[in-house]
Ligand binder design. Structure first.
Ligand SMILES: [Fe+2]
Ligand SMILES: [Fe+2]
Length: 253
């Protein structure tokens, strides 16, 4: 039986610190067979279309944010867990290099601003998968921003749309919603596809771009998958407002 922890959308330095600390304690305790991070690990608040022309664009915060992710996430993560860790490409992850390629293409020939290098993933022994990662039989992990995946307001609905597109069950982040949707087709040789969205691990209070109300139709959570041969059981672990959560009857707070 393989146990895989799937986390997404920490958006560092906008992460929920308590949830993140509890998560590291859980991973150190539980020692899963594998951890998958489905992306948006760093926010890179600037550059983005939201910060264009504003003060944030001149803040030169890209390297600072990458250093924060290394110091606050990757360093302590590697202290508690030395197993398989895979990071998927994402819209926030590709922001710095994309910005350079669009605004200063003459300087974008190098890989310095690619996520893999900003986060020094090789030094941390973290594998990088740009678009998707087939992590179990009939299951694919993808961030969720790929072309052709239509968005749904219903938690799990966007992942279900991706599953229809890939004709494989899909686990994703990106929507910041936590939910699961399944669809079964065919009578004799019926096939079930499932879409899972694993939520986010942000602190909404830190996200200025949410406006004064700091509200969004988002759910804090992460995923825990059990894989036994071709038998895959997805589950979503909701994270409460104070950052605590329950796994297999044990509270992490
Ligand atoms: Fe995100
Ligand atoms: Fe995203």
């Amino acid at each position: 039986m393989k146990r895989i922890v799937i986390i997404s959308d920490l958006q560092m330095p906008l992460e929920n610190r308590r949830a993140h600390t509890n998560l590291l304690n859980f991973i150190g305790d539980y020692v899963p067979d594998e951890v998958i991070n489905i992306g948006d690990i760093t926010d890179y608040t600037a550059p983005s279309r939201w910060s264009a022309g504003k003060r944030a664009e001149y803040g030169m915060s890209v390297k600072e944010e990458a250093a924060y992710t290394r110091r606050v996430h990757l360093d302590p993560f590697r202290k508690v867990y030395d197993g398989d860790y895979t990071l998927l490409g994402s819209n926030h992850g590709e922001r710095p290099h994309k910005y350079l390629a669009e605004r200063a293409p003459a300087l974008a020939d190098g890989d310095e601003y690619k996520e893999k290098n900003l986060l020094q993933l090789d030094d941390y022994g973290v594998r990088f998968e740009d678009l998707k990662y087939d992590f179990a039989p009939n299951w694919t992990a993808t961030h969720g921003n790929a072309k052709g995946i239509s968005l749904s307001r219903i938690a799990g609905g966007t992942a279900m749309n991706a599953a229809r597109l890939f004709q494989r069950s899909v686990v994703m982040g990106h929507t910041h919603r936590a939910g699961m949707v399944s669809e079964t087709k065919g009578v004799e040789a019926s096939k079930t596809l499932t879409g899972v969205e694993v939520g986010h691990l942000m602190d909404l209070k830190k996200a200025d771009y949410l406006g004064a109300a700091r509200f969004a139709n988002w759910q804090a959570a992460f995923g825990l998958f059990y894989v036994d041969g071709s038998n895959v059981q997805p589950s979503i672990i909701p994270v409460s407002r104070n950052g605590s959560f329950i796994v297999e009857g044990e509270t992490f707070r």
